[in-house]
Design a protein around this ligand. Structure first.
Ligand code: FAD
Length: 512
């Protein structure tokens, strides 16, 4: 074995979280390598959707069109399977007010292609088996087709799923609740549409993944306590389908059969020294509301630019720790919400609750018909309502929220504000002609692009803002209503120093 300091960041796991993280790091000029123990990319798909915030994040980098072209949009998503009324995303304030039906395998394929375009090596058939860290970096023992190599990197990120070897090597606990209920999923080459409708009416999830491939998810009251480790047979699947809806929908030739459960866990920290976690390595839960993959993509967008700043030396002290501060809170909110959603799924299947469970679901359905209730839950499920608290009570209300994609005009034409985030820099947006930009246009210095523009669409969230500093992940770092150029310059200087210190410290903190 020998140490090879051949990469700045080692990403363990080429699932959706690892691939998007690698893209973000490479975009920021960080040498990044991805290892994945699987020899080939996954063919089967656990997830089948992208929610609005994930689509927005892809759009920030100019990638949404590739994904939209590969899938099919639907106007909303089910909050919990027994409810009759899906959440309505069309009312959300976004250019992507829908969910995209897209098999996880396609999402991974598109992300892997982007990573390759950015020059990231993805080494498949390479399993990280041990990790050690010291004050200057991380060493990983990786077993590959040519034996074991030791890779050295400044940082390592575990994007290696719920059983994360990286999390275990870093000694990070994964507390939560054990599995108490399971469901079965099957992907079949079938097109029995009449029976599919009937199955849907009886609470079976039926979704067309691609031409000639349909997904069924069944929760059989008599098989709810079967452990997820027990394999599913075609006969069991057919029997459960028949029990659920009186027909087996003619399913045959399964491409994939699996059993999954409601184990819910959240890593006690998303960072220990130079080792970080993202995606399922940091949080797992029942896939109700389809939030796991989406939350992992949002972790990756939050972490990518912060880690790049630490590696490149422009991270102010503590910046990298805000990854845990911001995303752990989101992980807690998602795992809490899914536990409540799971109960809505479980109660109607539990004989003891019988009619009471039906009444509860009817009540929920009625509530979802109220605009504000729909908006609240759709905001949470879509992740558009994610706000990273600034801790400053005097901060502009937009601080920490996602920047709405307002229309702008500059000397160079009409834009949406998200268009300026393509290359992963901060955007300093002057909205009233003040500031140090060169006319109504934009210029770039280091990690910040300055844009002087006029708003051609009023947006209530801007609430009189004259200047906004937008982070590379599209959240607002700082905003002000100040109009005088001197006081504003002082405020701006403080904000820029807080977010983009060029002193070269990385805020890595003490190592264990
Ligand atoms: C039935 C089901 C349906 C779901 N539906 C949805 C949905 O509709 N929407 C949604 O958002 N989420 C859904 N999810 C959850 C979603 O699939 C996961 O949240 C998502 O796959 C997590 O992505 P990830 O990149 O964090 O990890 P993973 O996709 O698990 O990828 C981890 C990768 O790490 C690799 N790896 C593991 N250990 C090592 C190691 N030691 N060395 C190297 N490589 C390693 C693995 O081979 C794998 O490729 C569903 C889950 C299930 C079970």
């Amino acid at each position: 074995m020998r140490a090879r300091p051949d990469t700045e960041v080692l990403v363990v796991g080429a699932g959706p979280a690892g691939l998007l993280l690698a893209c973000e790091l490479a975009l920021a000029g960080v040498r990044t390598a991805v290892v994945d123990k699987r020899v080939r990319a996954h063919r089967e798909s656990r997830a089948l959707n992208l929610h609005p915030r994930s689509l927005e994040l892809l759009d920030l980098r100019g990638l949404a069109d590739r994904f939209l072209a590969a899938g099919r949009t639907v106007p909303g998503w089910q909050f919990a399977a027994p409810l009759k009324r899906p959440l309505d995303f069309t009312v959300l304030d976004t250019r992507h007010p829908y969910a995209l039906l897209l098999a996880q395998s396609r999402t991974e394929e598109l992300l892997a292609r982007r990573a390759e375009e950015l020059g990231v090596p993805i080494r498949r058939g390479h399993e990280a088996v041990a990790l050690r860290q010291d004050p200057d970096g991380v060493e990983a023992d990786v077993d590959g087709p040519d034996g074991r190599v030791t890779l050295r990197a400044a940082y390592a990120v575990g994007c290696d799923g719920g059983r994360s070897a990286v999390r275990q090597a870093a000694g990070i606990g994964f507390p939560g609740t054990d599995e108490s209920m399971t469901a079965v999923v099957g992907d079949f080459a079938t097109a029995d549409h009449d029976d599919n409708e009937r199955a849907r009416r009886h609470g079976v999830l039926v979704a067309r993944l691609e031409a000639g491939l349909t997904r069924y998810v069944v929760m059989d009251p008599l098989r709810l306590r079967v452990p997820s480790t027990e394999p599913v047979t075609l006969e069991e699947f057919r029997t459960s389908l028949r029990r659920a809806c009186g027909t087996d929908c003619g399913v045959g030739r399964p491409r994939w059969l699996s059993r999954f459960g409601n184990t819910t866990r959240l890593a006690e920290t998303y960072r220990r020294g130079r080792i970080l976690l993202a995606g399922d390595a940091a949080h797992i839960h029942f896939p109700v509301g389809a939030q796991g993959l989406n939350t992992g993509l949002q972790d990756a967008m939050n972490l990518g630019w912060k880690l790049a700043a630490a590696v490149r030396g422009w991270a102010p002290p503590g910046l990298l720790d805000t990854y845990h501060g911001e995303r752990h809170a989101v992980g807690r909110a998602v795992t809490t919400l899914t536990r409540a959603q799971t109960l809505l799924v479980e109660l109607p299947l539990t004989p003891a609750y019988g009619e009471s469970a039906t009444l509860l679901c009817e009540l929920f359905d009625a509530l979802l018909g109220i605009g504000d209730a729909n908006r609240h839950l759709a905001g949470r499920l879509s992740a558009l309502d994610t706000v990273y608290p600034s801790g400053d009570p005097a901060a502009h209300p937009l601080t920490g929220a996602r920047m709405p994609d307002i229309g702008l005009t500059t000397g160079q034409g009409a834009w949406y504000v998200h268009d300026f985030l393509r290359d992963g820099r901060f955007v300093l947006l002057h909205l009233d002609g003040e500031g140090d930009g060169d006319g109504h246009g934009h210029r770039t210095a280091g990690p910040v692009r300055t844009v002087r523009a006029e708003q051609y669409e009023e947006h209530p969230a801007l609430d009189g803002a004259t200047e906004v500093l937008i982070r590379p992940d599209g959240h607002v770092a700082w905003a002000t209503r100040t109009t005088g150029s001197r006081p504003r310059a002082a405020e701006r200087a403080r904000a820029l120093a807080a977010w983009t210190d060029a002193s070269g410290r990385d805020g890595a903190g003490p190592h264990p």
